[in-house]
Write a new protein. Structure first.
Length: 232
C-alpha cells in the first residue's frame, strides 16, 4: 500500500548539506502497524513526512495505493492526502475552536448534509470516547484527551493510513497505554494501516507488527517485531 523507493532528503542549512534521510526503501502492507524506531535526529520524522509529501523527497518515489505522489498536481495531491491522516507529539489542535469544531475542520468542504456531518462528528467523538467534551476547548483537556481529539480529526475523512509522529511521547505511561489501545482499535476495527514513529522501545513492542530501525538517516534493520528484538 505504501512503497518508499530510494528516498533521500537533504536539507541545506547555512550552505551545509544535512542528509536527513539516505536512500531508504520501505514497503508497508495494507492493514499492518508499522513502527519506525531510532534516536532523536535519526530521520524518522522526515521520512514519515515524505509519505504525505509534507516533505518532498530530494530523490526517490513515494507510491501510495499505486499512485506516484511526486507526479500528482496540487489538486490530486489534496485528494490523496485526505486518505492519509496524521497525528503529532504536540497534538496540533486549534486552540480557539472547540473539540467538536476541531474534528469538524477537515470536513469543511465535504458534500455531506448538516445532519450527516453532525452524525459523523458525534460518531468520531464516540469512537475516541469524548462525546461529553464536545463543547470544551483544547486548553480544558488533558494530554490524552487532546490526542484523542487529534485522532478523531485525523479519521474524519475516512483515511486508509494514519501516520503517528511521536504520538505518545508527551504522555505519561498510563495515558500512553490508553492511546496505544485506541490506535490498535482503529487498526483492527476500521482496518486502517498505521505507521508509527517513536524513540520508545515499549511502544514498538506493544503494538507494531513490523519495525524499521533508523540511524543517521538510514534504515539499519527491518523485520517482524519478534525477529528484530530476538537477537542477543
Ligand atoms: P527524528 O524524527 O528521528 O528525530 P528528524 O527527521 O526530525 O529526525 O531529523 C533528521 C535530521 O534532519 C536532523 O539532523 C535534523 O536536524 C534535520 N532536519 C529535519 N528537518 C529539518 C529542516 N526542516 N531543516 C533542516 N534540517 C532539518
Ligand atoms: P464556521 O467555521 O463555518 O463558522 P463552525 O466551525 O463554528 O463553523 O461550526 C460548523 C458547524 O458545526 C455549524 O453548523 C455549527 O452549528 C456546528 N457546531 C459547532 N460546534 C458544535 C457543537 N459543539 N455541537 C454541535 N454542533 C456544533
Amino acid at each position: 500500500m505504501i512503497k518508499l523507493q530510494n528516498i533521500s532528503k537533504t536539507f541545506t542549512v547555512n550552505g551545509n548539506d544535512v542528509h536527513a534521510v539516505k536512500n531508504v526503501n520501505l514497503d508497508i502492507q495494507d492493514g499492518e502497524i508499522f513502527g519506525i524506531i531510532g534516536f532523536s535526529g535519526a530521520g524518522k520524522s522526515t521520512l514519515v513526512r515524505c509519505i504525505n509529501l509534507l516533505e518532498r523527497p530530494s530523490e526517490g518515489s513515494v507510491i501510495v495505493n499505486g499512485q506516484d505522489l511526486m507526479r500528482l498536481d496540487a489538486k490530486a495531491l489534496r485528494e490523496v492526502r485526505k486518505k492519509i491522516g496524521m497525528i503529532f507529539q504536540h497534538f496540533n489542535l486549534m486552540r480557539s475552536r472547540t473539540v467538536y469544531q476541531n474534528v469538524a475542520f477537515p470536513l469543511k468542504h465535504s458534500k455531506l448534509s448538516k445532519e450527516e456531518l453532525d452524525k459523523k462528528i458525534l460518531s468520531l467523538l464516540e469512537l475516541v470516547d469524548l462525546k461529553e467534551k464536545k463543547d470544551a476547548y483544547p486548553s480544558q483537556l488533558s494530554g490524552g484527551q487532546k490526542q484523542r481529539v487529534a485522532i478523531a480529526r485525523a479519521l474524519a475523512n475516512d483515511p486508509d493510513v494514519l501516520l503517528c509522529d511521536e504520538a505518545t511521547s508527551a504522555l505519561d505511561p498510563q495515558t500512553t497505554q490508553a492511546i496505544l489501545k485506541l490506535l490498535k482499535q482503529v487498526n483492527e476495527k476500521l482496518g486502517i494501516t498505521i505507521v508509527l514513529i517513536t524513540h520508545e522501545m515499549g511502544v514498538i513492542k506493544d503494538i507494531c507488527d513490523r519495525v524499521a530501525v533508523m540511524e543517521n538517516g538510514e534504515v539499519k534493520e527491518m523485520g517482524d517485531i519478534l525477529e528484530i528484538f530476538a537477537h542477543p
